[in-house]
Design a protein around this ligand. Structure first.
Ligand SMILES: NC(=O)C1=CN([C@@H]2O[C@H](COP(=O)(O)OP(=O)(O)OC[C@H]3O[C@@H](n4cnc5c(N)ncnc54)[C@H](O)[C@@H]3O)[C@@H](O)[C@H]2O)C=CC1
Ligand SMILES: O=C([O-])CC(=O)C(=O)O
Length: 259
C-alpha cells in the first residue's frame, strides 16, 4: 500500500516514523504534501519520502490512500481533490465536516468512484456503542466533556474553569484545533446541533481527557479516556495518531472487530 500524507506536523512525523522506520503498517509513505519549507525537506530526508508543495503533483503519485493530518482549513482545501483523484482518504481534521453538505458531497463522490473515506476514532472511544445504539434510532443524549490545559486551548488561566458549553457545531467553530473528537461523536451519533460539548481548561492536568456520556434505549454509557499528549504538540493526544495507524493496519484485513 502506497500512502500519502497531507501535513508536516506532529501526527505526520509520528506516522512516518512508525510506518517507514518501524514498519508498523503493511505499506510505505511515499509522498508528503505541505507548505512548510523547513519541516518538509527534513521529513523527506529523514524518512526517505518525496515532499510536494503542489497538490496535483502529490496526487499524481501512485497513492492508494491519503492521510490528511493538517488543519480544518487545509482539509477544506484538499480533501475533495483527494477523492476526485480516486484515492482512499483518512481524515484527522474532522471539524471540516461541520457543514454536513460538504460531507455528503464528498461521500457521494467517493461512492461514485468506488473509494472509501475513513474517520478514525481519534482521541476518543465509544463510537461503536453510539452507532449500535442508534442502529434503529434509539439514541437520546450524547455529551462530551473535554479537559485540556489552558495553553492547549489558547488561553491563560490559573484556575480550572468551564470555557465552553454548547453544540458540537459551535465547539468546532470556536476550537478547531482541539475538539475534532466532538465532530466525530456528532457524526457517529445524533448530529452536530444535538451533541452537547463542554470544554474545561484545567492548569493542573498533565493529560487531555475526554468523557463521553451517552443515553439511549440500549441503556447508558460513560467512557473517560485520559490521554497522554504527543511530545511535540500537547494539544494532540498520542491516541489520535495511534488511531490513524490502526486504520491503516486494518484497512484491507479480512477480519473486522467491532463495528
Ligand atoms: N480526530 C482527532 O481525534 C484529532 C484530530 N486532530 C487534528 O489532526 C490535525 C493534525 O494534528 P497535528 O499533526 O497534531 O497538528 P500540527 O499542528 O502538528 O500539524 C499541522 C500541519 O498542518 C500543516 N498545514 C497547515 N495548513 C496547511 C495547508 N494549507 N497546506 C498544507 N499543510 C498545512 C502545518 O504546516 C503542519 O505541518 C489537526 O487538525 C488536529 O486538530 C488532532 C488530535 C485529535
Ligand atoms: O487530541 C485530542 O485530545 C483531541 C483533539 O485535539 C481534537 O479532537 O482535535
Amino acid at each position: 500500500m502506497n500512502i500519502g500524507i497531507i501535513g508536516t506536523g506532529n501526527i505526520a512525523a509520528y506516522l512516518l516514523e512508525q510506518i517507514n522506520l518501524n514498519h508498523m503498517v503493511n505499506g510505505k509513505v511515499i509522498a508528503v504534501f505541505g507548505r512548510n519549507q523547513k519541516a518538509g525537506p527534513r521529513l523527506s530526508e529523514q524518512f526517505d519520502v518525496g515532499f510536494y508543495t503542489d497538490i496535483q503533483d502529490f496526487l499524481e503519485m501512485p497513492l492508494d490512500i491519503v492521510v490528511e493530518a493538517s488543519t480544518v482549513e487545509a482539509a477544506g482545501l484538499y480533501v475533495k481533490d483527494v477523492v476526485s483523484y480516486k484515492k482512499d482518504l483518512v481524515v484527522s481534521s474532522i471539524g471540516v465536516f461541520k457543514n454536513l453538505d460538504f460531507l455528503e458531497q464528498i461521500k457521494s463522490l467517493a461512492e461514485s468512484l468506488g473509494t472509501h473515506i475513513f474517520l478514525p476514532s481519534g482521541a476518543i472511544g465509544g463510537l461503536d456503542v453510539l452507532q449500535s445504539a442508534n442502529a434503529v434510532g434509539g439514541l437520546k443524549k450524547v455529551r462530551i466533556t473535554t479537559r485540556k490545559s489552558p495553553a492547549s486551548l489558547g488561553i491563560e488561566s490559573e484556575e480550572e474553569k468551564v470555557i465552553f458549553e454548547g453544540s458540537a457545531y459551535e465547539a468546532v467553530e470556536k476550537f478547531p484545533k482541539n475538539v475534532n473528537v466532538a465532530m466525530t461523536l456528532a457524526l457517529a451519533g445524533i448530529g452536530v446541533e444535538q451533541t452537547e460539548v463542554r470544554i474545561i481548561a484545567d492548569p493542573a492536568i498533565r493529560q487531555n481527557s475526554h468523557t463521553v456520556e451517552v443515553v439511549g434505549d440500549f441503556g447508558q454509557m460513560e467512557l473517560k479516556v485520559e490521554n497522554n499528549p504527543m511530545p511535540n504538540n500537547p494539544k494532540t493526544s498520542l491516541l489520535a495518531a495511534l488511531s490513524i495507524l490502526n486504520v491503516l493496519q486494518n484497512k484491507d484485513g479480512a477480519l473486522r472487530i467491532g463495528n
